[in-house]
Design a protein around this ligand. Structure first.
Ligand code: F6R
Length: 259
């Protein structure tokens, strides 16, 4: 079962996860981070500005989880642009070391394979940051995704396109397809840290952490990972059956056993 940390707000979640990332970077300056986009990880990236201040980040490497297919990479909501704006530029990372899957139509048939090869060449991902969709997706692995899946093109559900319409002028502007690390790819990261905030995520979080392992709720794949931490606010934790136990466990967590 994943470790569950229930925090009072997004800022606290951001601080805890940013500190965990900063420790990895201090221990290994060329560490490989797995980067989620969307609104959930933003407090982590904001906190990292402080946690990494003064650290040598010139060799840090990163791999985004996913990208829209067919969206101009220069579009402000392409994940290439989001990663540049929210992560690479503010943290001062080397843009050549931070990768986003290519959503360009030309060469899309082999883009997944090429991305997998780049992750393998980097020695795999050390710590993968994840959000979760209201339909339970992680990355853009929509319900029904194989637990063994690799980076590939997927069709976004209507629900995900509605959820992400807030980043665009209208739902019609949200691309229909995406390229995403697979569940099998994500499970190979050495550590997973999934964040979720707000009541809209409560059901997906409960399913991912305590529900049956099922492709119908792709986030439940994290139960197969030996080192997965879920950081949630009270609202996102509202449907967790063992919330009291998670609070008790975290309150009594030995200092050396940090996330
Ligand atoms: C983003 C990603 C998605 C999001 C999820 C939640 O790279 O892979 O799984 O994490 O759609 O999105 P937000 O955080 O915007 O609620």
């Amino acid at each position: 079962m994943a470790e569950v940390v229930i925090v009072s707000d997004k800022e606290e979640a951001g601080r805890i996860v940013a500190e965990a990332i900063a420790r990895r970077v201090h221990a290994r300056p060329d560490t490989v981070l797995g980067l989620a986009t969307g609104s959930t990880p933003l407090p982590v990236y904001e906190s990292l500005r402080e946690s990494l201040a003064g650290a040598d980040v010139s060799r840090v490497r990163g791999f985004a989880l996913d990208e829209y297919v067919g969206l101009d990479p220069a579009h402000p909501e392409s994940y290439r642009s989001v990663i540049a704006r929210e992560v690479v530029e503010p943290l001062g990372l080397d843009p050549d070391r931070v990768h986003v899957p290519s959503g360009a139509l030309e060469g899309i048939e082999t883009a997944g394979e090429r991305y997998e090869a780049a992750i393998a060449a980097a020695g795999g991902i050390e710590l993968q940051v994840l959000g979760i969709g209201t339909d339970g997706h992680i990355g853009f692995n929509e319900p029904g995704s194989s637990f063994a899946s690799r980076t590939r093109v997927k069709t976004l559900t209507r629900q995900t396109r509605e959820d992400n319409a807030r980043f665009f002028d209208s739902i019609d502007d949200v691309p229909m397809h995406c390229i995403t690390q697979g569940l099998g790819t994500i499970l190979e990261a050495r550590q997973l840290v999934l964040l979720a905030f707000g009541e809209g995520k409560a059901e997906a979080v409960a399913g991912a952490v305590e529900g049956p392992l099922t492709a119908s709720l792709p986030g439940s794949a994290i139960q197969l990972h030996p080192r997965a931490t879920v950081v949630v606010d009270e609202a996102a934790a509202a449907r967790l059956r063992y919330a009291d136990y998670y609070r008790y466990t975290y309150a009594n967590k030995p200092e050396w056993q940090r996330i």
